[in-house]
Design a protein around this ligand. Structure first.
Ligand SMILES: Nc1ncnc2c1ncn2[C@@H]1O[C@H](COP(=O)(O)OP(=O)(O)OP(=O)(O)O)[C@@H](O)[C@H]1O
Ligand SMILES: [Mg+2]
Ligand SMILES: [Zn+2]
Length: 595
């Protein structure tokens, strides 16, 4: 199989090819898993476990699992995700920390009896399990080697494991063998020594699916496993695995793979496939993969099948139903400037282009998230274009924390609406209009406060300062300063809640009495109290009350802004303009935007 040996520029005669070429030529992973299971569980006709058997002929149906159309070619088509299964630890991307730990453990000979591989779908759990099996059983090209983090891939154990025909490496899918009987078979078989390998290895995939009884049965063996036995578990839902089992395993958490790494990986894969893929297309696929190599490779597969010999960004965009990012940025700017008419026109266009409303809202959320990260001082995303970065920075400056969080919440709500509304397009339109009005108009609460009690409103900076006494020397002088302290300490969530969702009843540090304008949950005062303690070193008494309080800081700022707006509008010069242009609206004015 020359199609994959040049993957990372390796010499095909190299002892250490990154991709084994035999594996799925003979049988797909599913078939091999079936083979492994049938030697284990005698399925359908029972076979005693320790007796060597050759894998049964692959059932033809298993190949039909491939989601991609099979091109007419002499060779049977293999989906990329299977063809490019990492055959060495160095080919496993994004899991360096885990590989390092494992390498150390192997070098020091401190290997646990059981390993637990966790992580979201398609990040390399099953691949890692098979690699560990090889690492433990490799004997090297000369037959003299011991366990190694760089299995040779040429010795008989390595090859047999790659091809899924190693008699001492038994794979079992717990999703289809959940019962206590299945586990009993393992436990019985564990007593027999391995047939040919150093270790007898049980790979149990999706282990969280085992029944409670099955776990209990397994537990005893896990407690005192024979020297020659290793268990390799993999799961996407580690929280469903009993702690009693977890505590007997060495745990490896596989990470989501960063988009940049995925993009680079997909670039290499497409190169070895001889397909030209635009870098922007690779970036889109990498982002859509959400950290999963397998998901990304499936999308790439699909894109390659769509395009004839090359893949463009436009094709991928269409395929994924993505709005292009330039369009998203334009739309976002229209929303923030409050231009409803133009925003709706833009929305109609995206509809005509066949862009899915969900994807559109996802795109807006992504852009907003980018801006929020910039505001928080995070390093930029390497896959972002210069324009995207510029927009993020601009938005980060333009929008307050409160505004960013509110817009996010509203988009999230919009996304839910789109999912349940009979007409998703209508729902998206309504969501955008809501955003526009939120960006442009004061909060209803602020208006109510303004109408009902303008005279009592104090501006945030003029809020009553505390009666300071000896013990509170280091405590913030007033409530706004307290919020600022929280913000500076990185407690953005709490700071935003204090800023937007409560009115101050009494600030007499260390006593703090607040009136919530939205439900905050019974534990909230305690949470706030302990954060305040860790920041100021003082025990605070935080309580919620129904007494009349000040408007929230957010409302106060809005009200202050409205005042200025009213003053500006009252200015004779401005009035003269308004008389000439009766439809004109005052959108922004110097000095009050951004706080
Ligand atoms: N870290 C990785 N580096 C390179 N390729 C990877 C990686 N993780 C997954 N892949 C690709 O995805 C395919 C599936 O990986 P694997 O079966 O190991 O994932 P998994 O974590 O077990 O997923 P699942 O939770 O769905 O079982 C591999 O054949 C390979 O092509
Ligand atoms: Mg798996
Ligand atoms: Zn080997």
């Amino acid at each position: 199989m020359s199609d994959s040996t040049d993957m990372f520029g390796d010499d095909p005669t190299d002892n250490d090819p990154p991709w084994d070429t035999g594996e799925e030529d003979r049988a797909s992973a599913a078939e091999l898993e079936a083979a492994g299971q049938s030697s284990m569980f005698g399925d359908p006709a029972p076979t005693p476990a320790p007796v060597p058997v050759t894998p049964p002929a692959p059932p033809p149906a298993a190949a039909a699992a491939a989601p991609t159309p099979v091109p007419a070619a002499a060779q049977p088509y293999r989906v990329l995700a299977r063809k490019y299964r990492p055959q060495t630890f160095s080919a496993l991307i994004g899991q360096d920390a885990m590989v390092q730990t494992l390498a150390n453990a192997i070098r020091r000979g401190r290997l646990a009896h059981a390993f637990m591989m966790t992580g979201v779908r398609g990040v390399g759990k099953t691949s890692t399990a098979r690699l560990i099996a090889k690492a433990l059983n490799c004997i090297g090209p000369d037959g003299q080697g011991g366990p190694t983090i760089t299995p040779c891939n040429v010795c008989e154990p390595c090859r047999a494991i790659s091809e899924g025909r190693h008699i001492d490496v038994i794979e079992m899918d717990a999703a289809s063998h959940t019962g206590v009987d299945d586990v009993r078979e393992i436990i019985d078989a564990v007593r027999y020594a391995s047939v040919s390998a150093r270790y007898k290895i049980y790979i149990i995939d999706e282990v969280h699916m085992l029944s409670k009884n099955a776990f209990n049965a397994l537990l005893k063996t896990l407690e005192e496993p024979p020297e020659h036995v290793k268990f390799l578990f993999a799961t996407t839902e580690v929280n469903k695995v009993p702690v009693t089992v977890l505590s007997r395993c060495q745990r490896f958490d596989l990470r989501r793979i960063p988009a940049e790494k995925l993009a680079a990986h997909f670039a290499e894969v497409s190169k070895s496939e001889g397909v030209e893929v635009e870098p922007e297309a690779l970036g889109m696929i990498a982002r859509a993969a959400e950290g999963s190599a397998r998901d990304g490779l499936s999308i790439l597969d699909q894109a390659i099948a769509h395009g004839a010999g090359s893949v463009t960004a436009d094709q991928v965009r269409d395929m994924l139903g993505l709005a292009d990012r330039g369009r998203i940025r334009r739309l976002l700017q229209l929303i923030l400037s409050g231009d409803a008419t133009a925003a709706l026109t833009e929305l109609d266009e995206t509809h005509e282009l066949g862009i899915d409303p969900t994807q559109l809202l996802r795109g807006l959320m992504e852009a907003l998230h980018g801006a929020t990260r910039v505001k928080a001082g995070a390093v930029g995303d390497a896959l972002q274009s210069a324009e995207e970065r510029a927009t993020s920075e601009e938005m980060a400056q333009q929008l307050s924390w409160g505004a960013l969080h509110r817009l996010w919440q509203m988009l999230l709500k919009g996304l839910q609406d789109v999912a349940i509304a009979p007409d998703p397009r209508e729902a998206a339109e309504m969501a955008l209009l809501r955003l526009i009005h939120a960006a442009d108009l004061p909060d209803p609460a602020a208006l109510v406060t303004k109408l009902s009690g303008e005279g009592t409103v104090t501006s945030p900076s003029a809020a009553p300062s505390s009666k300071s006494n000896g013990t509170s020397a280091t405590l913030p002088a007033d409530f706004p300063s307290l919020v600022k302290r929280l913000e500076q300490a990185g407690k953005h969530g709490l700071a935003v809640q204090l800023h937007d969702q409560v009115g101050l009843v009494r600030y007499a540090p260390p006593e703090l009495v607040l009136k919530p304008t939205r439900p905050l949950g019974g534990d909230w005062p305690r949470t706030l109290g302990s954060e305040l303690k860790s920041i100021t070193g003082t025990n605070w008494q935080v309580s919620l009350s129904d007494e009349a309080g000040e408007p929230s800081l957010f409302d106060q700022e809005k009200i202050a802004e409205e005042r200025v707006r009213a003053d500006v509008l009252a200015d004779p010069n401005v009035r003269a303009v308004m008389d000439v242009f009766p439809d004109a609206q005052l959108e922004t004015f110097e000095g009050t935007k951004g706080h």
